[in-house]
Ligand binder design. Structure first.
Ligand SMILES: Cc1ncc(COP(=O)(O)O)c(C=O)c1O
Length: 344
C-alpha cells in the first residue's frame, strides 16, 4: 500500500531507531532529561527564540500557546480554516476559554486589514469593558487545509506588524514550517521572527515518531511548561522520542524538496484527468487536494488498487507525500490514479 493519507504515517528508519535506543534519558517532569534539553535548545536556536518546550503533539503546543497569550473570554483572530479552529477538538473553547474570530484568508493567508477589521480597538464611543478584548492573532505556515500553501514572508510581516500595532500577541502554527523553508529558501528564524511563539512538529514531514515544540520568550515558555504538565504532557523518559526528533532535524530537512517534487508531479498528472479537479496554484509543498464526483467511492477504489488517500469531504481528497513515498512509488500512484479515473 502506498500510504498518502498524511505525512504523519511515516515509520522511523533503522538508524533513527538505533539513535533512539541508545539515547541518554532522565526525567522530563523533573527537568533533567538531557536529550529533551538538547532538543529544546536546538529548536530554540533554529527558530531564533530564547527557549522551547518539547511536548507530545502539535495540538498541545498550539493550545499551550493560546493559554499563555490569552485570558478566558478573550478573542483570538485566525484564518477560518486554521488547524487550531477546525481540527483541535474544540480545545480553544474548552481549555483556554477563548472565542475564535475567523477571517477568510486566500489559500489560508489573510491581511493586516482583515486583522484590524476583526479586532477593533477601544472606541471613545463606548465605556471600557463593554467588549471582550482581542489579544492574539495566529498564522499557519504551511497551511494544511489550504493545501500546504506557503505564507510569503512579507505577508507574515505585515500581519505581524498590524497585530503588534494593535497590541496583540502573535502565534505561528508552524507544524510544517520546515516545508515552508524547503519551498521558499527562507530561513526558519526569519519566519519565526514574525511571531512571539512558534509551534513546530517533528512527527510530520520530518518523520520522527512523536512530538512538537513550542518556542518563544523564556518567560512565556516557562509558563507554558506549567500548562504542559496541567494538560498531562509530562512524559518522563521522553529522551527516547526526543532523540528521534533530533535525528529528524539533522537528517530529514534537506530531503523535503523531494516530497514537494513528488506532490507536484502527482498534482500535474491529476490535473490532466477528466473528472479530477486540482487547484495547481495551491500545490506548493507536499500536499495535493483534488476534487472528484464522489470522494469516498473514489478513495475506496484507489485503496483497493493500492493507494491510500483521505476523503475529507463529499468531493475532496487529500494526498500527502513524505519520506516513506519514493519517486518510484509516486510513479506507481500516478498510474493507479489514472486507472481509477479512467475506469481502466
Ligand atoms: C497545521 C497543523 N497544526 C497542528 C497540527 C496538530 O499536530 P498533532 O497532530 O501533532 O496534534 C497539525 C496536524 O496535522 C497541523 O496540520
Amino acid at each position: 500500500m502506498i500510504d498518502l493519507r498524511s505525512d504523519t504515517v511515516t515509520h522511523p528508519s533503522d538508524e533513527m531507531r538505533a539513535v533512539m535506543a541508545s539515547a541518554p534519558v532522565g526525567d522530563d517532569v523533573l527537568g533533567d532529561d538531557p536529550t529533551v534539553i538538547l532538543l529544546e535548545e536546538r529548536v530554540a536556536d533554529l527558530l531564533g527564540k530564547e527557549a522551547a518546550v518539547y511536548v507530545p503533539s502539535g495540538t498541545m503546543a498550539n493550545q499551550i500557546a493560546l493559554r499563555v497569550h490569552t485570558r478566558s473570554g478573550d478573542r483570538v483572530v485566525m484564518d477560518a480554516d486554521s488547524h487550531i479552529r477546525v481540527h483541535e477538538s474544540g480545545a480553544p473553547a474548552s481549555l483556554a476559554g477563548v472565542t475564535i474570530v475567523p477571517v477568510a484568508g486566500i489559500h489560508g493567508i489573510f491581511t493586516a486589514d482583515q486583522v484590524v477589521a476583526a479586532a477593533p480597538g477601544p472606541s471613545p464611543d463606548f465605556p471600557p469593558g463593554l467588549f471582550d478584548p482581542t489579544t492574539l492573532v495566529t498564522m499557519e505556515n504551511t497551511h494544511n487545509e489550504a493545501g500546504g500553501t506557503v505564507w510569503p514572508l512579507e505577508s507574515m510581516r505585515s500581519v505581524s506588524d498590524g497585530a503588534r500595532d494593535l497590541g496583540l500577541a502573535v502565534h505561528l502554527d508552524g507544524a510544517r514550517l520546515w516545508n515552508a523553508t524547503a519551498a521558499s529558501g527562507i530561513r526558519l528564524d526569519r519566519y519565526a521572527d514574525t511571531a512571539d511563539t512558534v509551534n513546530v512538529c517533528f512527527s510530520k514531514g520530518l518523520g520522527a515518531p512523536v512530538g512538537s515544540a513550542l518556542a518563544g520568550p523564556r518567560d512565556l515558555i516557562d509558563r507554558g511548561r506549567w500548562f504542559k504538565k496541567m494538560y498531562g504532557g509530562g512524559f518522563r523518559q521522553a529522551g527516547i522520542i526526543a532523540a528521534g526528533a533530533l535525528y529528524a532535524l539533522e537528517h530529514n530537512r534537506d530531503r523535503l524538496v523531494d516530497d514537494h517534487a513528488n506532490a507536484r508531479r502527482f498534482a500535474e498528472a491529476a490535473a490532466d484527468l477528466d473528472g479530477v479537479t486540482v487547484d495547481l496554484e495551491s500545490v506548493q509543498t507536499n500536499m495535493v487536494f483534488f476534487d472528484v464526483d464522489d470522494a469516498s467511492a473514489f478513495a475506496g477504489r484507489l485503496r483497493s488498487a493500492g493507494v491510500d488517500t483521505l476523503a475529507l469531504g463529499p468531493t475532496r481528497i487529500r494526498a500527502v507525500f513524505h519520506l516513506d513515498v519514493s519517486d518510484a512509488d509516486t510513479t506507481t500512484a500516478i498510474e493507479i490514479l489514472h486507472g481509477v479515473a479512467t475506469g481502466r
